[in-house]
Ligand binder design. Sequence first.
Ligand code: THU
Length: 155
Amino acid sequence: MKREIKFFNEIFENLTPKTQEIIEIAKSSMEKAYAPYSKFKVGAAVLLENGEIITGNNQENAAYPSGLCAERVAVFSAKALYPEDKILKIAIFTNREKDDSAVAPCGACRQSILEYEVQQNQPIEIIFQGEKNKFIRVESTGDLLPFYFDSSRLI
Ligand code: THU
């Protein structure tokens, strides 16, 4: 899947209606996050090729490492429910207001999403917050993981 790496920095109004919809859904899902320890709430919405939209939010735990990020809750849930359906895109929304810097998914989530991108042999777009009222859109998860590790590297 060799392609040029592209990042788009777009205002909400310039995104497609479907992307706008999943951003709004990710935002609502964020409100329901269980983040009593970090207070950092994250919501994610996954759009599948069958039209279904599956949400997730971060789930924390008193034993800190036992929690899980919003993106993986959403993506694992989507694949648990619809193992045969491809993932088209995932939107992420957080409650961070400290400054305007982008809030991209963590490395473990990128790797988890990448697994399905490679398996389905079709890019999974990721949309996350950039500067105020702007969203960064990456057409392929692999673009967020140069020299990524996938099943083809295994013996
Ligand atoms: N978190 C996410 O949900 N997604 C990310 O990509 C980064 C971090 C969550 C995990 C934890 O509940 C909180 O944010 C602080 O790290």
